[in-house]
Ligand binder design. Structure first.
Ligand code: ADP
Ligand code: MG
Length: 349
């Protein structure tokens, strides 16, 4: 198995800096996601780890080996990097059977036929396709085809598995069950995984750590709960989960909502002037009898297990999600009181 070390890696395409000073150590056996909006540099980063793209600057090591270094000019081609890779498009070969697809990497390595067949069958069993070896890809569903590419990526027992949005082409239900399958495979094999996705719930649910990227720049690296509860900046707070951004201001050593004096917070980080007060809709307690802020319910959306409210507090429209399904407890136009738990403050821009 393998540790991955990425040090001061840059990738420039002409004037575009797709990846800007990327630093990360993925520990042996760790599952790390690279998460961010489309175009932020996730695929480029993964392709540099794989060796399909050459870093403009910096060093990449897999296990004991430096596979890419702008300083020494070292560049190990993908086939010699001991990696398996799965793409968004399943990329299985239509003219080969499932077993031939999965066995191909072993054929290239000249593994004898008998051993090859044994290992292919073991891999197909692992991805729950034990009975499908003789079929052709067009006789399989999308989810099954993606499991074929997963088996093919794993059959040569690489130290590192790279996945680029492997579930994006699957429907929502299948996507969720495939999350568990991938995690189960990772547990069984102990393989190190770097997983690229733009889906924050996927990254949160699957990863030991998440790397949040925006415009080529790493914004934060942390465990899912750290990223959620202590986002490093406004971008991360906005990208992970739901959040209210409310205009606030510093007065003296306290922070207030603009136009509201009913409650204030200590200005612990020494912010100045205009600030953003951030609070997640599920971190707000709403009641009918007293609290930090007084407001009026303007809209309600019934979500089954919860109700999604909009509350006007002195012109600030605050989103509040209340667990439970009693939509009549706080009708439109009713006066309510809000308590904010876990408030975050950012410089306003
Ligand atoms: N081969 C290329 N030539 C020029 N620009 C590229 C190339 N590949 C990617 N880019 C640019 O690099 C940036 C990051 O792209 P990419 O890594 O594919 O993002 P993501 O996977 O996060 O959606 C984008 O601005 C994209 O247009
Ligand atoms: Mg991409």
């Amino acid at each position: 198995m393998a540790e991955v070390r990425i040090e001061h890696v840059f990738k420039r395409f002409g004037a575009v800096t797709a990846v800007d000073d990327f630093n990360l150590v993925v520990k042996d056996g760790e599952f790390v996601s690279i998460l961010g909006p489309s175009g932020c540099g996730k695929t480029t980063t993964l392709r540099m780890i794989a060796g399909f793209e050459r870093a403009t600057e910096g060093t990449i090591s897999i296990g004991e080996h430096v596979v890419s270094s702008s300083e020494t000019g070292t560049f190990v081609p993908p086939e010699d990097r001991d990696i398996g890779m799965v793409f968004q498009s399943y990329a299985v070969w239509p003219h080969m059977t499932v077993a031939e697809n999965v066995g191909y990497p072993l054929k290239i390595k000249k593994v004898p036929k008998e051993e090859r067949e044994r290992r292919v069958q073991a891999m197909l069993d692992l991805v729950h396709l034990g009975e499908y070896g003789k079929r052709y890809p067009n006789q399989l569903s999308g989810g099954q085809q993606q499991r074929v590419s997963l088996a093919r990526a794993l059959v040569a027992e690489p130290g590192l598995l790279l996945l680029d949005e492997p579930l994006s082409n699957l429907d929502a239900k299948l996507r969720e069950s495939m999350r568990f399958e991938i995690l189960e495979i990772q547990k069984k094999t102990g393989i190190t995984v770097v997983y690229v996705t733009h889906d924050q719930s996927e990254a949160m649910a699957m990863s030991d750590r998440v790397v949040v990227m925006s415009m080529g720049v790493v914004q934060q690296i942390g465990a899912p709960h750290e990223i959620y509860t202590s986002p490093a900046n406004k971008m991360v707070a906005d990208f992970i989960g739901l959040i209210n951004f409310l205009d606030g201001e510093v007065k003296g050593d306290r922070i207030f909502l603009v136009g509201n004096d009913s409650h204030s917070w200590a200005n612990k980080n020494g912010l100045e002037g205009e600030v953003t007060v951030a609070v997640r809709p599920e971190s707000i307690t709403m009641s009918a009898d007293g609290g930090e802020f007084c407001g009026v319910v303007t809209h309600r959306f019934y979500l089954g297990d919860s109700v999604d409210f909009r509350v006007d507090v002195n012109g600030h429209i605050v989103r509040v999600i209340k667990k439970g399904s009693d939509i009549e407890a706080f009708p439109d136009g009713s006066t309510v009181y809000l308590d904010f738990d876990q408030v975050m403050f950012f410089k306003r821009n």
